[in-house]
Ligand binder design. Structure first.
Ligand code: SF4
Length: 332
């Protein structure tokens, strides 16, 4: 990770609520705060429905925020912007989708799909330059010039994801939200796409928000990882620290669900099992949102929302187990 630690994004108390009807609101993202440093990969993990994809989309302003703030290069992303400002902003922040097939227009050739951003932002002076740029992007992501004349359905899942990556890169962005970019791919292909993303990060100085539902998927690519549960952030730490010393019971449960290579360690290790489904974000539990599934929950967990605090350097957790103010109540 870049040692300079320049904050590229500052996310403060970000909320995204969806009104279902007059009485019900879905609190998909409900007050998350974190920074993303230039040049790093921040992994965002949680079960489906925890709000991680909505968070990614709201950070990019694909959704308007219900509350809170996202600053990119110190500038408020959700502030009113002129058309010109909006255009330069969308150029700097791009997205790679989970299902590249659904996000690629089946009636367009691959070269036109990749060139869309180049055309919108006027990045090529003429047709020749446009073609050269597309060909160079195809090469960068491991495809060849001839692939540019074909249509998305002619490619495998891994190749389609490469096309999606080339399209995102075409406008020379600083920041990319990769929303479960490898979840739909075969395991053998996943490592190839992760390696490609890592190489591109190095060569182009990119910063990633890498979203996944499984901690094992973000382990090798992330510098830091945030674990979301039901619209809230449960824990943030460096990747190494999170895997070696998970503090939040939910993170501990997610990690103990990952099988270990050593059969002896696998057989004897202690597991934290969480039971039941994630409650509805329309009516989340009071206090700590994880309390209905947490093996350590006590009465205080239903009454008081745990504060997201830095208990160790760069290790943030929202859990009463570590808060001295509630030590007596947690012994129950
Ligand atoms: Fe479990 Fe209570 Fe900690 Fe929530 S605050 S994770 S319910 S121990």
């Amino acid at each position: 990770m870049a040692e300079t630690r320049e904050k590229l994004l500052e996310i403060k108390n970000l909320k995204k609520h969806f009104r279902i009807d007059r009485k019900h609101t879905l609190r998909a993202v409900d007050g998350i705060s974190f920074d993303i440093y230039r040049g790093e990969t921040f992994g965002l993990v949680g079960e489906s429905g925890c709000g991680k994809s909505t968070a990614g989309r709201t950070i990019l302003r694909l959704y308007d925020a219900s509350d809170g703030e996202v600053k990119f290069h110190g500038e408020n992303v959700h502030a009113r912007k002129s058309k010109k400002e909006l255009k330069s902003f969308t150029r700097s922040m791009q997205m790679i989708f989970q299902d590249p097939y659904a996000s690629l227009n089946p009636r367009m050739t691959v070269k036109d799909i990749i060139a869309e951003g180049i055309d919108i932002h006027g990045l090529a002076k003429n047709k020749k330059e446009r073609t050269e740029r597309v060909n160079s992007l195809l090469k960068t992501v491991g495809l060849n010039t001839e692939h540019g004349n074909r249509y998305p359905h002619e490619f495998s899942g891994g190749q389609r994801q490469r096309i999606g990556i080339a399209r995102a890169l075409a406008v020379d962005p600083d920041f990319i939200v990769a929303d479960e970019p490898i979840s739909a791919l075969d395991v053998s292909i996943q490592a190839q796409v992760v390696n490609l993303l890592k190489r591109l990060q190095k060569d182009h100085g990119l910063t990633y928000l890498f979203i996944a539902h499984d901690l094992s998927m973000v382990k090798h690519i992330s510098d830091r990882v945030g674990v979301m549960y039901l619209g809230n952030m449960a824990e943030i730490a460096t990747s190494k620290e999170l895997y070696e010393n998970p503090m939040h019971p939910y993170t501990q449960a997610l990690l103990s669900a990952i099988p270990l290579a050593d059969p002896e360690v696998e057989r004897t290790r202690e597991r934290i099992i969480v039971e039941g489904d994630v409650p509805s974000p329309i009516s989340p539990p009071s206090g700590c949102r994880f309390r209905t599934r947490c093996p350590f929950a006590t009465d205080i967990c239903a009454k008081v929302v745990p504060e997201f605090q830095e208990y160790k350097k760069e290790h943030w957790v929202a859990c009463h187990l570590y808060d001295e103010r509630y030590a007596d109540q947690m012994k129950q």
